[in-house]
Design a protein around this ligand. Structure first.
Ligand code: SF4
Ligand code: SF4
Length: 157
């Protein structure tokens, strides 16, 4: 979920500390996305355990350098497997969202880290903190389906 551009100017000061996720207006909800792009990495699910493993392969619509979706407005139409993060879907996906994801952090009672753009004031802080995979992802169209497992990232992101 990497909207572009993310408007972080017209939001209430530290709104995430005061209001519930489900009560946020759309612009504040969108502003919570730190733009890491990690949820846009391809994932593999173990058929037996249901465990989700992340790969370092980026969705074909993701810019692997900027971590921005190439067509945010039409993402679900263009990529059937794209997960739309909303207050309604969050509960069912939160367990496999990246641990650094703002939606997961807040849903689990944590607060935002200092590198989050809403606090740092710049999207670069996400990349400088090493939170995103910018510049290290392999685009989906460069990988054969049979080779997906070779790209599994060990551990939770
Ligand atoms: S993992 Fe969370 S913060 Fe990062 S791009 Fe996805 S929705 Fe945004
Ligand atoms: S279409 Fe791909 S790049 Fe765009 S938000 Fe969905 S998973 Fe991310």
């Amino acid at each position: 979920m990497t909207t572009d551009p993310i408007d972080r100017q017209n939001v209430r000061p530290r709104f995430w500390e005061t209001y519930r996720l489900e009560d946020l207006p759309r612009n504040e909800w969108e502003a919570l996305c730190d733009g890491c792009g990690k949820c846009c990495l391809l994932k593999l699910e173990d058929e037996d355990t249901g465990q989700v493993a992340y790969t370092s392969i980026s969705c074909r619509l993701l810019d692997p350098d900027t971590c921005r979706c190439g067509n945010y407005a039409l993402r679900k139409q263009l990529v059937a497997g794209c997960v739309i993060v909303t207050p309604e879907t969050l509960e069912t996906i939160v367990d496999w969202m990246p641990r650094s994801c703002a939606y997961r952090l807040l849903a689990e009672g944590e607060t935002l880290p200092d590198w989050h753009p809403l606090i740092s004031g710049t999207t670069d802080s996400v990349h400088k903190a090493g939170v995103s995979f910018a510049g290290t992802m392999t685009p989906e169209y460069e990988v054969e389906e049979d080779d997906l497992e070779d790209y599994i990232v060990e551990g939770m992101l």
